[in-house]
Ligand binder design. Sequence first.
Ligand SMILES: [Fe+2]
Ligand SMILES: [Fe+2]
Length: 255
Amino acid sequence: MSIELYRDDHHVCIAFENLVYGSDIQANQFLVVHDGHAALIDPGGDLTYSALSLELGKLIRIKDLDLILASHQDPDVIASLEKWLMYTDCQIAISELWSRFLPHLIPGYNERLVRNRIIAIPDRGMDIALGDSVIRALPAHFLHSEGNFSFYDPVSKILFSGDIGASMVPGGCREPVQDFSAHVRNMQGFHERYMNANRVCRLWVGMVRELDLEMIIPQHGCPFAGEEVIGQFLDWFENLQCGVDLMTQKNYSLG
Ligand SMILES: [Fe+2]
Ligand SMILES: [Fe+2]
């Protein structure tokens, strides 16, 4: 089942939130279509491929997919790469830190699939063309992956934030967060362990505050929509102690 996040005559954004079977980790996948040009964001692994390609086939001609945008290198983001490369003509955009590792996802006999189809995103980020529009890859390094990007769509004003803002909500989340303080418990543990340090949380929030935003939607769990809840989320993330901030000798002991 898909959720329409945005639509005008030229531009559509869709979320898929219930296609992962066989894992405890719910995940969202996203489709942005601009004047017939299509980008899939964080399509996931083999668990998701069949259901996602079926849903996608109802919306676009799969063969015509232009782009896969991968926020980082994790299995729930991009492990199905071989199939997408095989059944579409898409290019794959991922951090330059991970682009050289992508061939490891492709068996040697299919090595030709990945040749000349990788867009290596530099650390500073880049605008990735989608027809006559762009998707902006914005630095989100160490949140959690070392080479990590959030994707901003300037038409819908949606920020696809990858694992940032992820919440563990069994069965997914069709509606934006209403009660932010009650929602924090769904995010706290995940962010404390998977995010690297408060310093990078603050840097990312400083950048994101400059965007014109309607929605922030993570790869897992519920979106944040509207000025008030987005503001609450940014305030929370900016002040979060996480990762190495919380590590002590106890976490590195032999017994
Ligand atoms: Fe991840
Ligand atoms: Fe993830």
